[in-house]
Design a protein around this ligand. Structure first.
Ligand code: CUA
Length: 173
């Protein structure tokens, strides 16, 4: 009897973690999915890498305003640069990066923003983030892509909203 109880406690010692660990992982998955917005790449279309530069919107890489405080960056990655590699938006902007690779696997990582996405050849990547604080936000390729991988970077320059207003005033006058 006593021996049976010992085995039961010993089993319990393993049963509890074997339940607690998957439950903990499930909770972490839910928290990161809905709280931090971490998810697998979605299906946002496909583009043949060799045809990227001839396919809209990648035939005209750059930053376009798509609404009040909303911008879309149409980005082409290729060995070993991003186009555009300098992006300017006013503080408080919501920016969607629409990016594709014209050759091999690259990555787009903005450490100071919630952007960390693989640029898989053939796949269009969409990622949206918000830039509230003025300053420079460097971005990098974080998938090894060849001899000059380390030179593949750029920056988002978030301008104070008042300065952006002055720009608008300048162009209007
Ligand atoms: Cu592109 Cu590393």
């Amino acid at each position: 009897m006593r021996r049976g109880t010992t085995i039961y406690l010993y089993e319990l010692f393993w049963i509890l973690p074997s339940i607690a660990i998957p439950v903990g992982m499930l909770v972490a998955l839910v928290v990161f999915t809905f709280g931090a917005g971490v998810h697998l790449p979605g299906d946002h279309g496909r583009v043949e890498p060799t045809a990227v530069l001839a396919t809209p919107p990648f035939d005209q890489p750059g930053t376009v305003q798509v609404g009040p405080g909303q911008y879309e960056v149409r980005m082409v990655s290729g060995i070993w640069s991003f186009a555009p590699n300098e992006i300017r938006v006013p503080a408080g902007s919501t920016v969607t990066f629409v990016a594709a690779s014209r050759d091999v696997l690259h990555g787009l990582f903005i450490p100071r923003a919630n952007v960390n996405v693989m640029l898989i050849p053939g796949q269009v990547a969409h990622v949206t983030t918000r830039f509230d604080r003025p300053g420079e936000y460097p971005f990098f390729c974080h998938e090894y892509c060849g001899i000059a991988h380390h030179t593949m970077w750029g920056k988002v320059i978030v301008e104070p909203a008042s300065k952006a207003d002055r720009h608008d005033g300048d162009s209007a006058s």
